[in-house]
Design a protein around this ligand. Sequence first.
Ligand code: HEC
Length: 220
Amino acid sequence: MRKFFAGVVFTLIAIAVGALLVVNLGWFPIGADNPPSSLERMMANRATDAYVSRHMPQGGNPIQPTVANLTAGAQDYQQHCALCHGGNAQHPSPMRDHFNPPVPAIATHIPGDPDAHLFWVTKHGIRMTGMPAWGGILSDNQIWTIIAFIKHANQLPPGVQTAWHDAATSDIAPLVAPAAGAPAANEKKLTPAQRELRQAEEEVRQHGPQPKPHTPPKRK
Ligand code: HEC
């Protein structure tokens, strides 16, 4: 029995040391041009689905799919999401296969998940992927409106179809400042790097761009 436990402990230590070596010796391929292994992908997908099911809001989409709402959703989708997720079939995303995990074309291959699931993913993002958290940039209402649009993207009334096409071909400046009515991001949840960036942005907003402090180049 003692030998058995010694074996278990030895195996655990060997695994931990192996993992440390892989990480510290630069053997773990972190480039976005390296597809994740199928095991990593499967575990990440399961974790995402389980976590979102547990945390998503109850109930359906509070936004009715009227022509006005779908048009607003199309415009917001085009402005904030199409760069990565692609527009209609004629306008696939230039980034579609430059992400790992790849970015799904959600307007042409509409996800079957409930609206509340898509709402949660859009509001909170998925970490370690290219999917940003839109909470604090878009209001909940805007997010629900975009989700209503995505869910109806294959059966849009002709007027909305035209508005979507117009939005796709016009030059809409990407949104940089939070939309009116968007809740402030939770400061406590920011990482030190995010907080630093936010402070720097605030300084630029108040005093204009600052000259870069001169740091002598490091010798290798
Ligand atoms: C910078 C690129 C980028 C932008 C911009 C972006 N996304 Fe994503 N999104 C991703 C990536 C990458 C994934 C895949 C994540 C994964 O596989 O786990 C994703 C996944 C999703 C999913 C999950 C799809 C599914 O089938 O479960 C939804 C929903 C989604 N995005 C909605 C949006 C919406 C709505 C917007 C605009 C408000 C948006 N995204 C903007 C990169 C982006």
